[in-house]
Design a protein around this ligand. Structure first.
Ligand SMILES: Nc1ncnc2c1ncn2[C@@H]1O[C@H](COP(=O)(O)OP(=O)(O)OP(=O)(O)O)[C@@H](O)[C@H]1O
Length: 361
């Protein structure tokens, strides 16, 4: 097995349909095409590796796709195309993910730890440590939906670092805590690093990134702008933000609109063709390149969009289900209803033989 990486992300894209309402979503489901619905590509082909024991920072402006990427790596949302290969004995844990609003803090601790594969006695043994690290007092007995974002972050972080995960995904968790909690988290992350664990760290705080990360990936409006040593990437990102801040209001708007337009007009087929051509140029004698690229793009994803065959099948099953319910309440047998469908809506009409109906009233 290739142990040069812990996480490998290849040609990952994420497409969202921008429906204006539930009704529009429903219409698109039953219509022949949803081409009128605008599409938005949150990620437009990200490929990167995270090495074992490495802390990789993800930086980028608001809406650039950092959380989308970290959620795809954590398995919280599926990618539209591409592969995500997570190596080894992986217990991957994302701090904010999986807290249930209707359950109390205590119940959430047990649930999330059970989902990580811990047994009840193991959880009992860890409970005091988790509770004391989170330090949220009596809120522990309240439903999580009543928590502030800082409290959720405290609880999520505490659970995540105590269940001994192989890979830790930290998305903005440190930005909401106070100074004491922040320092506790930084110490815990450093402990993790010393133990050789792999961390993906999403943050807007370049200072935190500089302290904690070995390498940094700069995600820029759905693309990977740069990946490399922390000092280099952070320097280039600072230059970009300085340049951006120096623009007039109108120029900033124009730039952002241009970036979003690119994300709306992204062509996945053209991207696949480009990757195929690049690989063919590198291996001109390999006849399987196109098939391999297709497999890399679509081999490990389940289509989020239903094929037409499946839509028709779903529609057919729904009709049969409704008919079955109507037959049931009408009090007639299936054969009667099949011979005289009107008996469903006019229950007083029954069929005595195949040719004649009699009104029983
Ligand atoms: N469910 C969704 N439907 C439509 N668009 C979405 C959805 N989720 C995210 N997006 C869009 O995808 C883009 C990337 O969002 P994401 O949250 O990954 O960015 P981010 O870099 O983490 O931003 P921030 O730094 O503000 O947290 C944004 O433009 C966002 O509006």
């Amino acid at each position: 097995m290739d142990n040069s990486y812990k996480i490998k992300v290849q040609h990952v894209t994420k497409e969202y349909d921008l429906y204006k309402s539930q009704a529009e979503k429903l219409r698109a489901f039953f219509s022949l095409s949803n081409s009128t619905v605008p599409h938005f590509w949150s990620l437009m082909g990200i490929s990167l590796e995270v090495k074992p024991g490495e802390t990789l920072g993800l930086i980028g402006v608001n809406g650039s796709g950092k959380s989308t990427l970290s959620n795809i790596i954590s398995g919280i949302i599926p990618q539209t195309t591409g592969t995500v290969d997570v190596r080894g004995d992986t217990s991957i844990i994302a701090i904010g993910a999986g807290l249930r609003g209707n359950l109390t803090g205590l119940e959430n601790i047990r649930l999330k730890a059970l989902m990580q594969g811990l047994t009840n006695p193991e959880i009992d043994a860890l409970m005091d440590d988790i509770v004391s690290f989170a330090d949220i007092g009596d809120f522990l007995y309240q439903p999580v939906k009543s928590y502030s974002s800082g409290m959720k972050s405290r609880l999520g972080f505490s659970i995540a670092v105590h269940v001994n995960p192989d890979i830790l995904i930290i998305d903005e968790a440190l930005s909401v805590g106070d100074d004491t909690f922040y320092q506790k988290c930084v110490d815990k992350i450093s402990e993790f690093k010393d133990e050789g664990k792999t961390i993906v760290f999403v943050s807007h705080s370049l200072k935190q990134v500089e302290i904690l990360c070995d390498r940094v990936a700069w995600i820029h409006y759905g693309t990977l702008k740069e990946i490399g040593a922390t000092a280099d990437v952070v320097k280039h990102y600072r230059e970009f933000t300085k340049w951006f801040k120096g623009q007039t209001k109108k120029e900033k708007k124009h730039f952002q609109r241009q970036m979003k337009t690119n994300q709306k007009s992204f062509d996945i087929d053209a991207y696949q063709k480009q990757v195929t051509e690049e690989r063919q140029a590198a291996a001109p004698d390999d006849p399987n390149v196109a098939a391999e690229v297709k497999k890399d793009f679509y081999g490990s994803v389940i289509s989020e969009k239903m094929s037409w065959g499946n839509r028709l099948l779903t529609f057919g099953v729904a009709i049969v289900f409704v008919l079955a319910c109507l037959v049931n309440v009408s009090g007639h047998s299936v054969s009667e209803v099949l011979q005289n469908p009107g008996s469903i809506v006019h229950p007083e009409t029954v069929l005595h033989d195949s040719n004649k109906t009699t009104n029983v009233k």
